[in-house]
Ligand binder design. Structure first.
Ligand code: PHE
Length: 462
């Protein structure tokens, strides 16, 4: 059997993992949650959770990957034979996510193309987004192009694909997002009532803690929002970090890399807030900050950009290109988790594994697109969302399967095999691991409790 590939260096690994972590969630959800949940208060809670809860789960998965040198489908079984089924769930999750992530990636690409070809102003017309996603061929075409790009990179392998493209796309993403964030602080706008708002005022909404009317209930909502966001943002509980961890060399310092991944993800989320909150606040006031997800990205933001004239069109092109890079590096990681699982489990070549998952993903992605057209239906989910096929897949993977996977992982490491399994792996070259004690308490007690609450909440039970 061919020797397992590995990342050439720790920078390649950090950028690839950060590329997975930095995705649509950082851009369309983090800024919204921060401004909704009292600005700086959300940021502080998020940061504390990142250093404790996020750090524990991320360390666990990356270390499982490096220790077993296997992808999720086989790795859990290696840690303990009774947890074989957990590997199956951890492989099914990315198989559910990939199709709809590519559909959204296709939407982003469509908007990037619109702005780059100077047709950005059209995207602001009423019903533009709905007309686009309910049309028959366009969404499918863009989805297919997005999936082909992703599959091409994964087909090229760990070094010539994942590592190479992460090293190109992530620094570019960082430059673009810093550029827009700085620019957004300089803008100001006077609305029809004659009131002027500036970008710096918008920045205050984002970072200054708002303790007004803070109750225990509000605090717990903020806590849950921050936890849910962090969980999704670090790409944990879906096998991805296990796969990427399996390509890290034994001599590399894991603790250092994990810190860098977390810093990268958090900095980008923060920059996204610095970029989006001021722009939206200046042009739409507080009400504009009430939307997240597709409504924010494909309806409100394009409207704002096109009201800014030529500058807005350029800004829109840069913005959607940046989001596209974030979406591609995340989609790469989702596909890699599946492809490497197939390769390990069935001993097939990378080419064959990519082809198989490409076909499955393509079929499901077309169904997702048709969910707004020929296969349209609407059902209410327990969490109150009116769902089409895309939302159903999202709910089932994110709100149900991912928390379950994370809880089971905590049980496996915290109680069945013991935290030393992970501690020994990250300190095997005598690296210092100062949060060892914290890790033990988190993985055994605090993470499982927080995750059970998260599961009950995100499933709509409490
Ligand atoms: N972590 C990514 C984000 O914050 C999302 C993602 C989900 C990436 C699933 C990969 C897989 O948007």
């Amino acid at each position: 059997m061919a020797e397992r590939s590995s990342f050439n260096g720790s920078i390649g690994f950090v950028l690839a993992a950060a590329g997975s972590a930095v995705g649509l969630g950082n851009i369309w959800r983090f800024p919204y949650l921060a401004s909704k949940d009292g600005g700086g208060l959300f940021l502080v809670i998020y940061l504390i959770l990142a250093l404790t809860f996020g750090f524990t789960l991320l360390t666990t998965e990356i270390a499982i990957g490096r220790k077993t040198k296997k992808s999720p489908l086989s790795a859990y079984r290696r840690i303990h034979p009774r947890f074989q089924n957990l590997g199956i769930i951890a492989c099914i999750i990315p198989m559910i996510i990939l199709p709809y992530y590519c559909v959204i990636g296709g939407w982003v690409m469509k908007y990037a193309v619109d702005f780059i070809s100077l047709k950005g102003a059209e995207t602001a017309s009423d019903g533009y987004f709905t007309n686009f996603i309910t049309s028959t061929t366009q969404p499918i075409t863009y989805t297919v192009i997005f999936l082909v790009i992703t599959a091409f990179i994964i087909f090229r392998g760990v070094n010539k694909g994942i590592e190479k493209y992460s090293k190109i796309l992530m620094p570019l993403l960082l430059i673009l997002i810093i550029g827009i964030a700085v620019f957004s602080l300089t803008i100001s706008h006077t609305d029809s009532n004659g009131s002027t708002r500036t970008g710096l005022e918008g920045l205050k909404v984002f970072i200054i803690p708002d303790f007004q009317g803070l109750t225990i209930e509000k605090f717990s909502i903020t806590l849950m929002d921050a936890m849910g966001q962090l969980f999704y943002s670090l790409s944990i509980a879906m096998g991805i970090m296990i796969s990427y961890g399996s390509y890290v060399k034994d001599k590399d310092n894991l603790v250092e890399s994990i810190n860098r991944i977390e810093i990268f993800d958090t900095v980008v989320a923060f920059l996204a807030g610095m970029m989006i909150v001021p722009v939206v606040y200046v042009f739409s006031g507080y009400e504009g900050l009430n939307s997240s997800g597709p409504g924010l990205m494909f309806i409100n933001i394009p409207k704002i950009f096109s009201s800014m004239g030529v500058i807005g069109i350029v800004l829109g092109a840069v913005f959607f290109l940046m989001v596209l890079f974030a979406a591609i590096t995340s989609a790469m990681s989702i596909l890699e988790a599946i492809v490497s699982s197939f390769m390990d489990k069935y001993g097939i070549s990378r080419k064959k594994a990519v082809l198989i998952e490409f076909s499955i993903g393509l079929f499901l992605a077309i169904l997702v697109c048709l969910g707004y057209n020929a296969l349209y239906f609407e059902i209410s989910l327990p969490n109150g969302v009116k769902a089409q096929i895309l939302d159903l897949m999202d709910y089932f993977s994110n709100n149900i399967l991912m928390p379950i996977t994370a809880i089971a992982t905590c049980v496996l490491i915290g109680w069945v095999r013991g935290p030393k399994t992970i501690i020994e792996e990250v300190t095997k070259n005598n690296e210092s691991f100062s949060r060892k004690g914290l890790y033990r308490i988190m993985i055994k007690y605090i993470c499982p409790i927080l995750l059970i609450v998260l599961l009950l909440k995100s499933a709509g039970i409490i």
